[in-house]
Ligand binder design. Structure first.
Ligand code: S3P
Length: 441
């Protein structure tokens, strides 16, 4: 997947962001479109598919499971669905690269297939916690093994059948919720998942779009096993998690004025807009519409004077992937920003609290990590060299920091930007970020 070479971003300081742009397709929705399209009856046509390494890992996994998938070509993918019971045993382990969503959702989707399967990932993915999915899957009757540390590889053994479960999620996680709902498609009876706080609901929305009934009562989503999916067309909106870098960049760089087109603004994903607005950002939500069951809008962002805030805890799951970018906004804001209730950030593609705190500190920003968050004093940002620890969102967040830095920022280990945002350097450059990349052996 990612090359062993060190891809370095060089970002010259200053400037502003102007113009109109469309960031790549939503990663979460792209994964789910391949999964449900593969299990559906009929042909599913997808447009706007994210051609990033993570969603391509899901696509390759389903090809290895015997599904005929054409594309992607310019974001277009065509899937000949094999039906709920048409997957075939692959010839080797399924390699899911860096993608936690692929591994956790597939663990559920594959647990009841009656196949012997192994799921592997890169070193980052192989150090992330998997018992959060394997424990409840076992309670449903699955035979899924992790390493002794509770990490990948995951080995799935065939079982006779799964049973529905009534499960209260210990953490607000769409990946665990989705894993169990997908396993529930193959379970006897009803699978009910209750979440401690709302998390992204793309799985539930897309299941409904494929004609599979999903009930939602309060914090509980449920479905009955044994149904079927009917192929449909899916238009994937631009990813708000990728748009987030530009929401922050345009907010912090004086003179900025950008229009981000066709962005998914699902209410379970809009925390970044809410938090930036609380900090004083000028974000207009224009031309709201519904695209295939997902709300979409164009976002106009102009620079603004940001101020520090205490980030409301209820916004944390709604902005869970956007904190690296939001920490950069906090570093440019007047006063103190305090984040709590975000311990999940420590088990993402990197420990995003520690890695961001270290990077901000090396750029002269006063940032103090806490067990479940961070305290950032806004002020000036110096130039310097930071490590992204192979985490795409850390790399892109620090690239935006250069807009307000006093010197050049160099960011190491950026090849994983391709997991979620292929073409970032070119697109960011086209709206005014002074960014180049260089490969070092
Ligand atoms: C995702 C859910 C989130 C998010 C990840 C994508 C998904 O993870 O961080 O990038 O597509 O379901 P958690 O559910 O572990 O919070």
């Amino acid at each position: 997947m990612s090359s062993a070479k060190n891809l370095i971003f060089h970002v010259r300081p200053g400037g502003c962001l102007t113009g109109t742009l469309r960031v790549p397709g939503d990663k979460s929705i792209s994964h789910r479109s391949i999964m449900l399209g593969s299990l559906a009856e009929g042909t599913t046509q997808i447009t706007g598919f994210l051609e990033g390494e993570d969603s391509l890992a899901t696509l390759q996994a389903f090809r290895a499971l015997g599904v005929e998938i054409a594309g992607p070509v310019d974001g277009k993918v065509t899937i000949q669905g094999v039906g709920m019971h048409g997957l075939k045993a692959p010839s080797g382990p399924l390699d899911l690269g860096n993608s936690g969503t692929s591994m956790r959702l597939l663990a559920g989707l594959l647990a009841g297939q009656g196949l012997e399967l192994t799921l592997v990932g890169d070193s980052s993915l192989s150090s992330r916690p998997m018992r959060r999915v394997t424990d409840p899957l076992r309670a449903m009757g699955a035979r899924v093994e992790t390493t002794e540390q509770g990490t990948a590889p995951l080995v799935i053994h065939p079982v006779d059948h799964l049973n529905g479960i009534d499960y209260a999620l210990p953490v607000a996680s769409a990946q665990i919720k989705s894993c169990l709902l997908l396993a529930g498609l193959y379970a006897k009876g009803t699978t009910r998942v209750t979440e401690p706080a709302p998390t992204r609901d793309h799985t539930e929305r897309m299941l409904s779009g494929f004609g599979y009934p999903v009930q939602r009562v309060g914090a509980t989503a449920s479905l009955n096993g044994g149904g079927k999916l009917t192929a449909c067309d899916i238009d994937i909106p631009a990813d708000i998690s990728s748009a987030a870098f530009f929401l922050v960049g345009a907010s912090i760089a004086p003179g900025s004025d950008i229009l981000l087109e066709h962005v998914g603004i699902n209410p379970t994903r809009e925390g970044v807009i809410n938090i930036l607005r609380l900090m004083g950002a000028d974000i207009e939500v224009l031309n709201q519409r519904d695209v295939g069951g997902e709300p979409v809008a164009d976002l106009r962002v102009r620079s603004a004077d940001l101020h520090g805030i205490r980030i409301p805890v209820d916004q944390v799951p709604l902005a869970i992937d956007e904190f690296p970018a939001l920490f950069v906004a906090a570093a440019c804001a007047r006063g103190e920003t305090v984040l709590t209730g975000a311990e999940e950030l420590r088990v993402k593609e990197s420990d995003r609290i520690q890695v961001m705190a270290d990077g901000l500190a090396s750029l002269g920003v006063d940032a103090t990590p806490t067990p479940d968050g961070i305290v950032i004093q806004g002020g000036s940002i110096q130039g310097g060299r930071v490590g992204s620890h192979g985490d795409h969102r850390i790399a892109m967040a620090f690239a935006m920091a250069a807009l307000r830095a006093e010197g050049k920022i160099l960011i190491d280990d950026c090849s994983n930007v391709n997991t979620s945002f292929p073409g970032f350097v070119r697109l960011a450059g086209s709206v005014g970020l002074a960014i180049d990349s260089e490969e070092e052996n």
